[in-house]
Design a protein around this ligand. Sequence first.
Ligand code: PAF
Length: 282
Amino acid sequence: MNVITSIIDLQKTIRRLKNNQKMIGFVPTMGYLHEGHRALLKRARKETDIVVLSIFVNPLQFGANEDLDQYPRDFDRDHKIAETEGVDILFYPSVEEMYPNELSVSIKVTKRTDVLCGMNRPGHFDGVATVLTKLFHLVQPDQAYFGKKDAQQVAVVDGLVKDFNFPLEIISVDTVREEDGLAKSSRNVYLTEQERLEAPILYKSLKMGLEMVQSGETSPERIISSIENIIHTETTGEIDYVSLLSYPELEELETVKGNYIIALAVKFSKARLIDNIIETRE
Ligand code: PAF
């Protein structure tokens, strides 16, 4: 595995690979790799010639009150996982390498952001879109892999790729879960013992919402309030949002029809967890 920290070295390497007609699969991450990331890497390994993994904790996507400094980091462990998963190139730039100067141009995301996580994280998806624009230009992937757990991120990246004509395909990969249903996440390490016991209720409540739709319920309000009710009564978490929207447009629905997402975010004492289910109702 080739670990590259400089942009110039990455560009040289990518140019050579492109000249040799290699198909590049890209998994952008902020490190502290878990099973969810492994699933993306495995899929990229299966589908492409060269797997590029980036590890970069992107300051632009953290708000003033968010956990940039506390974001978990463990490069040695990540390096081992990357090797095990057959990564060819690990791009691991510093903040100075990625942002040597204050940006004179940045990307402003104008749709699909004023709901779900975007609602309470102004500027977050601008930061994600800005770093991905840089990374897509540098890595020039044929396919880029994202987890469905961050469904809003996938919807925003889908818009970015279409609007700016990046010649790549977005592959969204199913959420990897613990045996009890909790979606894997770097943030799960911040849960207390008690909160870890409660956390699987989030997925359980989403599945209950899905069952309501499958048994004929068409009112988003009634589904949302049943989910909220379970979370209130069975966990100590504070609900950030529970929403049911069209997908990937992320627009309000009067009745549940077509592609839709039921998504939630719940704050525990030191971790804010998100989860979702994406489905279709004919
Ligand atoms: O999902 C993440 O880890 C980040 O938002 C991403 C896509 C790597 C951009 O920094």
